[in-house]
Design a protein around this ligand. Structure first.
Ligand code: ASP
Length: 582
């Protein structure tokens, strides 16, 4: 029953035929998306990557084809040969690009059959089968038009990136995947060397060091669509391997990188039909954190945070004035409308879970507030605070009195929890970052970006006061790119390693090759890297980056399709000089 192609040649895709093709004899090939049997008439929706065409087989004039069509089941692979005819006015389907026509087949070839599918491909978005099952049968899931169009968008964006970077004089350079560790703050995936037993490669967390070496090599303008590997605890939308657009350039300062990227973003987003106005707005880190509680806010939901020290500095309500006196802050934001009491309780619990001592909520009413703490406040304090927040009658106010970091974290998260309309896209740069974050567990400084970013400030003073020449690009509440002007002398690099408590011998063992290269005429240089999966997902309007990756891993880092990760046999381990315990 299954036939070969037998010299049949596809004349059109399943998305190509229109009114103007009426009368032509065509050959289409694809999968049976649906078959409907009306006795003498059989209808088949034939699908390929381009679309769906309705095939109709009439027993009266195509008896053999009709008999075959009756055997066809979902996802059988077919060739249909016949004439393009105009559908009756009443039978036209405006939802299909090919909805004006159908193909009256005189010949059907079954090129392959298919088992009954483990899940339905045409289910609506909210009724899709469980993701693990869809990932196990990814080749079926990928037949869905939505995923196909995501992958095509990804391809178009990559083309545009390549075009733009080439036009700007950049060279795509591939760096190896079997390398030594790069510190991007995650665990390395390691690969044992068989020929050098007991030694290991690390998969790159990013091409960071190698792209800097490219600059020292005089390659000047580098880019790469690079695969990066980070062994992190997987959060909902992380992938152990992901794709970056990685860029590095020589003889540049912040302005050069940022304006290159502005142009790139305008070109790439333009290719997806999203207009971006340049220059993209730039904001300073301290300002962003004060106003939104995080350095990657979603500004589309509003609810800007304000400092309320002026309103409450002398308050008799010690929770507020005490926080200010002890070096902390009183900050809050307003939102329109009211919440049920239960919601206030939930948000208070969430604030406590994030480390706040409590959460003050209030509804502006008349000259004061309706709030459990209203009785402790003077009317002028409540009015001053409402004015500082721009809150009107009926608006709800949330206030946190705490250490500045805690207040930022809590208010930042509450904004997201409350949420709201997120229309359009919001893009901006964040600059002037602190160089380090204090790592409470290990009692030392951590580089906020990575330890190769150039610091500014007095490098003999407390590292907590240093700033970094780092810039991030934020879109719709996620960091989509980050980079910096780099350190290009071994002395400054040493100072940064000292500040993060990396002893000289360890620094030499890990990055000796970079430290040495920095002594051979390293030009001033800087660069940036973009999380490409996230950008494609944002432009495709998808929540999950898994929807824009052909073969993603599950949220537990597994690949249900191939069964990776999987045990290896003892012989393989022996060859590698490894032994498995237990
Ligand atoms: N290597 C950095 C990262 O992956 C980006 C950069 O500094 O260019 O985040």
């Amino acid at each position: 029953m299954i036939e070969n192609l037998n010299n049949r040649e596809r004349t059109h895709s399943c998305g190509a035929l229109r009114k103007e093709h009426v009368g032509q004899r065509v050959t289409l090939m694809g999968w049976c998306a649906r078959r409907r049997d009306f006795g003498p008439l059989t209808f088949i929706d034939l699908r390929d990557r381009d679309g769906i065409t309705q095939i109709v087989i009439n027993q009266e004039n195509a008896a053999a084809a009709s008999a075959k069509a009756k055997d066809v089941r979902g996802e059988y692979v077919l060739a249909a040969i016949g004439e393009v005819v105009l559908r009756d006015e009443s039978a036209r389907n405006p939802k299909l690009t090919t909805g004006d026509i159908e193909v009256q087949a005189t010949e059907i070839a079954i090129l392959n059959d298919a088992r009954t599918l483990p899940f339905q491909l045409d289910a609506s978005e909210d009724a899709l089968a469980a993701e693990d099952l869809r990932l196990k049968y990814r080749y079926l899931d990928l037949r869905r038009p939505q995923l196909q169009s995501n992958l095509r968008l990804r391809h178009r964006l990559l083309l545009e990136i390549n075009r733009y970077m080439d036009e700007q004089g950049f060279t795509q350079i591939e760096t190896p995947n079997l390398i030594k560790s790069t510190p991007e703050g995650a665990r390395d995936y390691i690969v044992p060397s068989r020929v050098q037993p007991g030694k290991f490669f690390a998969l790159p967390q990013s091409p960071q060091i190698l792209k800097q070496i490219c600059m020292i090599a005089g390659l000047d303008k580098y880019y790469q669509i690079a695969r990066c590997f980070r062994d992190e605890d997987l959060r909902a939308d992380r992938q152990p391997e992901f794709t970056q657009l990685d860029v590095e350039m020589s003889f540049v300062e912040e302005e050069d990188v940022i304006s290159l990227v502005d142009g790139l973003i305008a070109a790439v987003f333009g290719a997806a039909g999203v207009e971006v106005k340049t220059p993209i707005e730039r904001l300073e880190y301290d300002d962003v954190v004060l106003r939104y509680g995080t350095d990657r806010p979603d500004r589309r939901i509003g609810m800007e945070i304000s400092d309320l020290a002026d309103a409450f500095a002398g308050s008799e309500f010690k929770v507020f004035s005490g926080a200010i006196e002890s070096g902390g802050v009183v900050r809050g934001f307003k939102t329109t409308g009211e919440f049920p009491r239960k919601r206030f309780d939930e948000l208070t619990e969430q604030a406590k879970g994030l480390g706040a001592k409590g959460l003050v909520w209030a509804v502006v009413e008349g000259d004061g507030w309706r709030s459990p703490i209203a009785k402790f406040l003077k009317p002028e304090e409540m009015q001053a605070a409402a004015a500082a927040l721009g809150a009107q009658e009926g608006d709800t106010i949330f206030v946190v009195a705490d250490d500045a970091k805690v207040a930022a974290r809590v208010l930042g998260e509450l904004r997201l929890a409350i949420g709201g309309e997120r229309e359009g896209h919001d893009l901006f740069w964040v600059t002037d970052f602190p160089m380090f974050d204090w790592n409470e567990d290990e009692q030392r400084w951590d580089a906020m970006h990575h330890p190769f970013s150039a610091p500014t400030g007095d490098l003999d003073a407390d590292p907590g006061t240093w700033r970094s020449r780092n810039y991030d690009l934020v879109m719709d509440g996620t960091e989509i790119a980050g980079g910096s002007i780099r350190i290009n002398t071994p002395e400054v690099q040493r100072k940064v390693f000292d500040a993060i408590g990396l002893p000289e011998d360890e620094a030499n063992a890990r990055f000796g090759f970079l430290l040495e290269a920095l002594r051979y005429g390293a030009p001033p240089h800087g660069g940036i890297a973009f999380g490409l999966d996230r950008i494609v997902a944002l432009l495709a309007g998808r929540e999950s980056i898994r929807d824009v990756i052909a073969f993603p891993k599950t949220s537990t880092g597994a690949d249900p399709l191939t069964g990776a990760p999987a045990p290896v046999d003892q012989r393989q381990l022996r060859e590698l000089g490894l032994r498995q315990d237990g």
